[in-house]
Design a protein around this ligand. Structure first.
Ligand code: FUL
Length: 466
């Protein structure tokens, strides 16, 4: 018996190792996997621009400009929680160089302002509030600094490193660090040669679990636009050799779709603002995106395997404005209502995988329902801890054996939400037609969403059957 167990163990061990050896494709780190699970979180652009009505401050603004009358980071957290956001990333320092914490390495900070008589610290308030509310805390720090006198000299690299040390030592844990690619001249009219390698090394040493965002990672990439939209084809992979941050970044459509054979796991994050601008402007109060518009962005970001970083800029009081809060809560309600009832939960699943004519195994999963149902949305997942392998999937919707619709999609990734005009179906087949290695389907769900929310996407309708 004992001998038998050993043989059995060895058999499974060999099988497992064989499976691992079959797949040498890039895979996410634990921190990246945890980041993927966050799906949706808030961005808060806050600083002198909030008070001067600018988007890009010059760096010459007086520190006294920054003076929120009722700053309450717990209110930000309450709104984030109610909206189902998993964290908040704050602009600790935007291009104007003003630090929302009393940095020892600058004289352009909250300490020099009259807010709280120079004793205030927005980062402390927000990092404490995030801990209290169980939200992840992230920090945006602009390398470009239009105020710092050292900008444009080698010493500025030390300043930037020292500032990051302050952030990690006093406000951690920091889940995500955001390096903006925008870059121009400093107060002396000089440009900066950034020591990116040192910056990356420093973050890694100080906080190995922090994921670092920039145009090209190292951990998370920009999606190539500020509209909140990922590619329908979206690889979590990117080739970075020969590219740099800012103007030297890969073309925007490469950032949007990733590289099919990319060497590094660098998934896309979709940053977009709930208002036209990144900072609060009272004259944009009527231009806050509606709950429905946010839902549409969710389908085009999270629904394409990316994460959604939604900017909700606090107003001059230092509060998330009522209009933004109302849209956010409406957005949560739409997600809850439309993804409440998984119509495929009780479907019978049949594995119909078979060898195709060219000898390859075609992975086919068929779901059979007891009664025909009306459906207009499918949610597919791929177990990305093994890498992203699926290249193409055909979905056949049928009713009592008669094909109603064929939908061909490309990548799945962590999550793919596919919406289409409502159909009545009793069977759905999912066929992986192209993959890099032996792929797997994760969980499959189906919903009948409110018709008004469905973008009438154009799919590739073809008549050929399997
Ligand atoms: C851009 C910046 O220039 C904008 O002001 C904003 O911070 C956006 C998120 O990134 O590069």
């Amino acid at each position: 018996m004992k001998r038998f167990s050993v043989i059995l163990f060895l058999f499974f061990f060999v099988q497992l190792s064989a499976q691992k050896a079959n797949n040498n494709f890039p895979q996410p780190t634990q921190s990246q996997l945890q980041w993927h699970e966050m799906e949706f979180y808030l961005f808060t652009h806050f600083g002198p621009n909030t008070f001067t009505d600018k988007e890009w401050g010059t760096g010459n603004e007086t520190e006294d400009a920054f003076n929120p009358t009722q700053l309450d980071c717990k209110q930000w957290c309450r709104v984030a929680k109610e909206a189902g956001a998993k964290g908040i990333i704050i602009t600790a320092k935007h291009h104007d160089g003003f630090c929302l914490w009393p940095s020892k390495y600058s004289t352009h900070t909250v300490r020099e302002s009259k807010w709280k008589n120079g004793k205030g610290d927005v980062l402390k308030e927000l990092s404490d509030a995030c801990k209290e509310y169980g939200l992840k805390f992230g920090v945006y720090i602009s390398p470009w600094d239009r105020n710092h006198p050292k900008y444009g000299t080698a010493e500025y690299n030390d300043v930037f490193i020292n500032m990051m040390k302050e952030l990690f030592s006093n406000y951690g844990p920091i889940t995500e660090l955001w390096w903006d690619g925008a870059n121009g001249e400093g107060p002396n009219g000089k440009k900066q040669a950034y020591d990116w390698h040192r910056f990356e090394r420093t973050v890694h040493e100080l906080s190995p679990n922090t994921v670092v965002f920039s145009d090209i990672g190292p951990d998370i990439r920009w999606v190539g636009n500020e509209n909140g939209i990922a590619g329908k084809t979206n690889w979590n992979l990117l080739d970075t050799a020969g590219f740099s941050r800012g103007l030297g970044a890969p073309p925007n459509d490469t950032l949007r779709e990733g590289n099919v054979n990319g060497k590094n796991w660098i998934p896309a994050e979709c940053d977009v603002s709930i208002r036209p601008g990144w900072f609060y402007h009272a004259n944009e109060d009527e231009k806050v995106k509606s709950a429905e518009q946010l839902f549409d962005l969710y389908l085009k970001s999270v629904g394409r395997g990316a994460n959604l970083l939604l900017n909700v800029p606090p107003d001059r009081r230092g509060l998330i404005n009522e209009k933004d809060a109302a849209s956010l809560i409406g957005f949560k309600k739409l997600r809850d209502e439309n993804f409440k009832n998984n119509l495929l939960k009780r479907a019978m699943e049949i594995d119909k995988s078979h060898k195709s004519l060219d000898g390859k195994t075609e992975i086919v999963r068929m779901l059979i329902l007891k009664e025909p149902i009306k459906i207009n949305c499918l949610v597919l997942k791929e177990p990305i801890q093994n890498g992203q392998l699926i290249k193409n999937v055909d979905i056949i919707l049928s009713n009592h054996g008669t094909e109603q619709k064929k939908i061909s999609i490309t990548t799945i990734g962590r999550k793919r939400i596919i919406s289409f005009p409502t159909e009545e179906v009793s069977e759905i087949s999912f066929i992986i037609t192209h993959a890099k290695a032996k792929p797997q389907f994760g969980e499959i769900a189906g919903y009948l969403m409110d018709e008004k929310l469905i973008e009438q996407e154009r799919f590739l309708w073809t008549s050929d059957r399997i």
